[in-house]
Ligand binder design. Structure first.
Ligand SMILES: Cc1cc2nc3c(=O)[nH]c(=O)nc-3n(C[C@H](O)[C@H](O)[C@H](O)COP(=O)(O)OP(=O)(O)OC[C@H]3O[C@@H](n4cnc5c(N)ncnc54)[C@H](O)[C@@H]3O)c2cc1C
Length: 424
């Protein structure tokens, strides 16, 4: 945060009772920050306040923040177009690795599907960007926008709906203050306390799987190939990193049955690499090193309500997906763009008007259902021993290669282009 913004944040907190904003976003993770920049692009006259519990990353101090950890994100073609529109893609692309091909395969079955950017006629099928870099670039961008106020570290302890909007109780530096907003967006993550405090239920399906992530060193360049490999223990992905096709590092997402994840996490580096090489094979040659490992228990969690008058639930707080198909952030970006574009049509209506929010929801409901179904079914198809799934699985990706519409469908999903995307 710049000195000027730090000053203005603490000033506003001091005069707590009178603080008002048009839009308050709770949670400055990848989705909250992306949403703030899309809102600012949609209408520079809206005042937007972003409240984040952890210190936000800065140039000199990339402090720990849950969203901007050691993971990397596959950003789909469609999301890149939106990030270009808000003006952050040029900087983000400095550490973005283009995906030239996606290889999908099923351990123990012949064949595999290859999606090639040349055949699709695009520069890249998507890009892989380290989350820490996404955080730094988004926050730095927000700091340059005059209509954005960043409150961090500051925590929203309570959200109360009121007649003309919502009231937020914020705690920062031991002080409590109140913020009035026309529209409150809850983007405080999968275990959203605010969502729960408002009585919004969540449908939860436990996959009993845990994703282990780490950066993996390679003996040879990855050539921009992203691998999705399905195994009986769960899917694994190796995404190309390093900013170019010559890179020799991949971002691993290795799904394990939860009961064995702890053991794999604690293996010495050499044993970890040997186990990984056994599961993944030699498609990328010899695996030479492993960075810091982390783990994420996997569920499919979907909020049963995402809009109320003056309230929207977004990002992981709205839907937490299995990471197998790299859809969670990309879906959230489409939600954010649709919300920003709908609010831009508000005219004289308050930004929290229920009819506006219903229009947003009508636009995104189908996209959410289709994307959630896609990642959920993909996960189940390749880990299930039930008969219909096992039979389909037996066809392997040979079947997929032989049926052009099926392959086209997989390609569009992978690129985040299966659903209509709103531009600002
Ligand atoms: C292993 C893995 C790999 C993934 N890979 C991909 C991929 O390749 N492509 C893709 O599209 N998606 C991917 N995803 C999904 C993607 O990471 C999520 O969609 C994204 O992180 C969601 O961000 P969020 O901002 O909604 O939530 P979070 O990242 O959880 O952020 C929530 C923020 O809210 C803050 N907060 C919480 N409570 C409060 C409060 N009361 N007051 C103020 N602040 C608060 C927290 O500090 C946090 O910063 C992956 C997920 C996993 C687990």
């Amino acid at each position: 945060m710049s000195e000027q913004q730090e000053q203005s944040s603490s000033d506003t907190l001091a005069s707590a009772d009178t603080l008002t904003t048009d839009i308050a976003i709770v949670g400055g993770g990848m989705v909250g920050a992306a949403l703030a920049s899309l809102f600012a692009c949609a209408n520079p006259r809206w005042s937007i306040t972003l409240i984040e519990a952890f210190p936000l990353p800065t140039e000199d101090a990339p402090a720990y923040q849950p969203s901007y950890d050691d993971r990397s994100t596959a950003i789909a073609h469609g999301s890149v177009a939106l990030l270009q529109q808000v003006g952050v893609w040029e900087t983000l692309s400095q550490y973005a690795t283009p995906i030239e091909q996606v290889h999908v395969s099923d351990k123990g079955h012949v064949g595999g599907a290859v999606i090639d950017r040349h055949k699709v006629g695009v520069d890249a099928l998507g890009y892989v960007v380290p989350n820490a870099w996404i955080g730094r670039v988004l926050i730095r961008h927000l700091q340059t926008l005059p209509n954005i106020t960043l409150l961090s570290p500051a925590k929203v302890n309570k959200l109360t709906p009121v007649a003309d909007g919502a009231r937020l109780q914020i705690q920062a530096e031991g002080q409590e203050s109140t913020l009035h907003t026309q529209l409150a967006v809850i983007a405080d993550g999968a275990h959203s306390r605010l969502r729960a405090s408002l009585g919004i239920d969540v449908d939860i399906q436990d996959y009993r799987q845990t994703a282990i992530i780490a950066n993996i060193g390679l003996a040879q360049p990855h050539q921009g190939v992203a691998y999705e490999r399905f195994t009986d223990e769960g899917p694994m992905a190796m995404l190309p990193l390093g900013g170019s096709v010559d890179g020799r590092t991949c971002a691993l997402v290795w799904t394990q049955p939860t009961e064995q994840a702890e053991e794999v996490l604690s293996l010495p580096d050499e044993e970890f690499l040997t186990r990984l090489q056994q599961r993944f094979g030699f498609r990328l040659g010899q695996l030479t090193g492993v960075g810091k490992r982390d783990s994420y228990p996997l569920t499919l969690s979907v909020a049963k309500e995402q809009i109320r008058s003056s309230l929207v639930v977004m990002g992981n707080a709205a839907h937490f997906l299995h990471p197998v198909a790299g859809q969670g952030f990309n879906l959230a970006v489409r939600d954010c763009a649709a919300l920003a574009a709908t609010l831009a049509q508000a005219g004289d209506r308050p930004l929290g008007s229920l009819s506006l929010l219903q229009a947003y929801w009508q636009q995104q409901e189908l996209d959410q259902q289709a994307t959630i179904h896609f990642s959920d079914q993909l996960t189940k198809l390749f880990t299930s021993s039930k008969l219909p799934q096992a039979a389909l699985r037996g066809l392997g990706f040979v079947g997929l290669e032989c049926v052009p519409p099926a392959k086209q469908w997989l390609t569009l999903q992978t690129m985040g282009k299966a659903s209509r995307q709103v531009m600002l």
